[in-house]
Ligand binder design. Sequence first.
Ligand SMILES: O=P(O)(O)OC[C@H]1O[C@@H](O)[C@H](O)[C@@H](O)[C@@H]1O
Length: 226
Amino acid sequence: MEAYKPAAIFDMDGTLINNTPYHFKAWQQMFELHNLPGLTHKTYLDEISGVPVAYTIKKFFGSQVKDQFIRQLSEEKQSLYEQAFKPYLKPINGLENVLAQLKSNGFKIALATSSNQSDIDFIFEGIPIKQYFDALITGNMVNEPKPSPQIFLKAANKLNANPNQCVVFEDSLAGLRAGRSAGMKVAGITTSHPAAVIAKLADMVINDYTKVTPGRLAELFEQTQA
Ligand SMILES: O=P(O)(O)OC[C@H]1O[C@@H](O)[C@H](O)[C@@H](O)[C@@H]1O
């Protein structure tokens, strides 16, 4: 029988850090500054959360916008978000411990975020966890955004893992759906949505990482084989 080679793939925003309210606020400010109709929390969660910035800009500002405009708006939004979130930048409870435990139990670990490299750098400057990740996949390394499974399949490929041996940690609806369509186990974290919503799209619901252990993740795979 083929040896069990587990892999864990982490989303970043809302999954490593609880920054969803700050992204939402920055997008709201952008909509206001650029005279778009007010952005509701529901529209943010349903259509923007977990999706690369360029897709969001094209969706709400018009698909014909120029690359230069997309770059300018992305920087503007990133700057608003960083200024607001920086004083509160900290890992979700138990994150560093679980990363260390997974590593010492032979899990390969990837980060698969729709954000870009500069956003990852901003997070890793505040939380020293970069060393745990064997692969980093950003939104501009794929041509289909979440909920397409592409980003997670690419991460699995980089880790040399079969999709059915991967567990994805996610908070956004787009990301939870992407994990599902990739044929992976999904651990949904309740930073952006209530547990009842997450439970419909995930194999396991968590509030933070304090109760996540390599053994508990291995059980997810055993349930399928039983
Ligand atoms: O790390 P994730 O969840 O894939 O996040 C990417 C996106 O998440 C959203 O919540 C942000 O508003 C976006 O601007 C951001 O790019």
